[in-house]
Design a binder for this molecule. Structure first.
Ligand code: ADP
Ligand code: MG
Length: 357
């Protein structure tokens, strides 16, 4: 349906999109995932014909977005990062206006406007001025304008940014619904979001594609077994003698001793097998005290961070920002590449603002 080939976009000497190639098949929901500044918006602006690439091509259903912009654009509905809304217009007037711009035949306009309002559940708001709507409703108007004209493909750039948790859930439900009739590409810097709604995930970092697979396959990359990190009193051999006989324990690894002379042990069991209780009882029975125990998870989040080389730095920043601002927005802004590179240098300078804002 969409074919992106060797796409590159340079701003001066900064390469925002670097030789990106991928294909989007019909009828699926694709997640375009990457930290802030990764090049998501730039790519979407090129795919939708709003921005010319420095190099490379994009075809929509075989139509080149640069050579046949009108025909290609007709196949796409786009919700840019900053939705183009005329806030002094009422919802209905605005949508009627967009329908006209999109050349929806006059006889069909009213019905299509009614349909998209119904789909996005804004019918009750149709006579309100857009400027008086909440951010969540404005976003729905943005999506409604994108689906007017019944384009085959819907492209949504970070549709849930700035929404509260309830609105986020509603928008996700709406995106799933859109996925039933359209091919959807949705960008996000939040892994859980794409994981929840998308069939396929494309991960982008520094303008390059670093992973592309089904959500299911990517999820398989998570820890193949369960790892329990234990801290116990006494030495490794004594604990080992006990833990070896605990049902479910596959192997043990000596993690050395901590400052207090306690022993750190990695206990490996099969995926989903939780040996905490039995290990605790057995150790207590042998008068070995358990100082701490924690199951280690390698989540898709970790994989995402590794792939986008956020890694430890991003996690540290995440914690720091979480302390600074307690809005959930702030914690999600941290995957920013700028923040990353400055992380060591100056912790006070970090304000959690993405480059795009
Ligand atoms: P994302 O949407 O993934 O956050 P963007 O596509 O907005 O990323 O930006 C990718 C990179 O290109 C960033 O480093 C950003 O600062 C830079 N960039 C984006 N737009 C411009 C522009 N108009 N001029 C110069 N640099 C830009
Ligand atoms: Mg963006």
């Amino acid at each position: 349906m969409i074919e992106v080939t060797n796409l590159t976009k340079q701003y001066g000497d900064h390469i925002a999109v670097n030789n990106l190639s991928f294909k989007v098949e019909k009828g699926q929901i694709y997640g375009f995932l990457g930290p802030n500044g990764a090049g998501k918006s730039t790519t979407m602006n090129i795919i939708t014909g709003y921005l010319a690439p420095t190099d490379g091509t994009v075809t929509i259903d075989g139509k080149d977005i640069q050579k046949e912009p009108e025909a290609a654009k007709k196949l796409i509905g786009y919700l840019p990062e900053i939705p183009p809304l005329y806030t002094d217009m009422s919802v209905r007037d605005f949508l009627r206006f967009v329908a006209e711009l999109k050349k929806v035949p006059k006889a069909e306009r009213k019905q299509q406007v009614d349909e998209v309002m119904e789909m996005t559940q804004i019918t009750d708001m149709q006579n309100r001025l857009i400027k008086n709507l909440s951010k969540g409703y404005r976003q729905r108007v943005g999506i409604a304008q994108a689906i007017l004209g019944k384009p085959e493909v819907i492209i949504l750039d970070e549709p849930s940014v700035g929404l509260d948790p309830k609105q986020i859930i509603e928008i996700r439900d709406l995106i799933r619904k859109l996925g039933e009739k359209h091919t959807v590409i949705l960008s996000s810097h939040i892994l859980s979001e794409v994981q929840e709604v998308c069939d396929h995930i494309l991960i982008i970092a520094h303008g390059k594609l670093v992973a592309s697979d089904t959500t299911e396959n990517l999820s398989k990359l998570t820890n193949p077994n369960t790892i329990l990190n234990l801290t116990v009193s006494g030495d490794f051999d004594a604990a080992k003698a006990v833990l070896e006989n605990v049902a479910g324990v596959d192997s043990l690894e000596n993690g050395g001793t901590d400052a207090d002379g306690n022993t750190l042990i990695k206990v490996v069991s099969a995926k989903g097998v939780d040996v905490r209780d039995e290990a605790g009882f057995a150790l207590a029975g042998a008068r070995i005290a358990v100082r701490s125990m924690q199951i280690e998870e390698k989540s898709l989040e970790d994989i995402f961070l590794e792939l986008t080389d956020g890694g430890e730095e991003v996690k540290k920043e995440r914690k720091r920002l979480f302390k600074k601002k307690d809005s959930e927005e702030a914690t999600d802004e941290t995957a920013d590449e700028e923040v990353n590179s400055k992380a060591d240098a100056d912790s006070e300078n970090i304000n959690g603002e993405g480059e795009e804002r």
